[in-house]
Design a protein around this ligand. Structure first.
Ligand code: HEC
Length: 195
């Protein structure tokens, strides 16, 4: 070192560990990219799509300039750290989205984390001009999901042992009495037992 100071033992170990992490990350990244480029099928199947109207297109620009992408992801834009809004239009109506943007907690029916009143970080959203919020909600309602996609309200077609097991293990008994399994209607042989 410049002033004749050498690294302490602990520092050497810490730098060593950091270096090992970096090497692993780089090697892992190169391996994954090599696999991805050579793979015949895409490793992540894209199950959301969009076909934007003119207003939807304007909405997508407003979505970006209104800093929504700081916390959200939509159409390959934005951060992976927050909530992805791809496929939202298959789950929520345009009216719901608009109401949520203007009055988050009342529309959610539950306390929100970032949308809502100051000092919450996305409090600014509800005070954006109404036509901006309307155009953004048109954009978001045009983001659609295929059946069975993570953001779709309907599970994949057909019976899935995996889903049956998850419902069996995680859904509390009282849910099963209160709610109807959306898959039941579609699958013959799984009718409700007669009362
Ligand atoms: C500071 C981070 C942040 C910013 C900025 C932000 N959001 Fe959100 N957004 C969230 C979080 C977190 C949620 C989940 C609800 C909650 O707890 O606030 C959410 C939920 C939503 C939902 C509801 C999704 C659903 O179906 O539950 C919509 C729609 C939405 N945001 C749109 C927007 C738009 C449009 C903008 C920009 C004008 C924006 N958000 C900016 C963090 C943010």
């Amino acid at each position: 070192m410049a002033r004749g100071q050498s690294l302490k033992q602990g520092e050497k170990i810490l730098f060593g560990i950091a270096a090992v992490f970096i090497v692993f990350a780089v090697v892992g990244y190169v391996m994954l990219e090599t696999y991805r480029v050579q793979a015949q099928k895409p490793i992540f199947e894209v199950r959301t799509h969009y076909d934007l109207s003119e207003q939807g297109l304007t909405g997508s620009e407003l979505f970006r300039v209104s800093r929504c992408t700081a916390c959200h992801r939509a159409m390959r834009n934005g951060t992976n750290m927050g909530l992805s809004l791809d496929g939202l239009g298959s789950k929520r109506t345009r009216e719901w989205i608009y109401d949520f943007l203007r009055d988050p907690e009342a529309t959610y029916g539950a306390p929100t984390v970032d949308h809502g009143y100051p000092p919450k970080e996305a409090a600014y959203v509800s005070s954006l001009p109404q036509d901006t919020l309307m155009t953004i909600s048109i954009f978001l309602s045009e983001l659609r999901a295929d059946q069975g996609a993570a953001s779709a309200p309907m599970p994949p077609e057909g019976r899935s042992e995996f889903i049956d097991n998850m419902v069996g293990v995680f859904a509390p008994e009282e849910w099963k009495q209160k709610h109807k399994d959306v898959r039941e209607q579609a699958v013959p042989g799984h009718e409700e037992p007669a009362p």
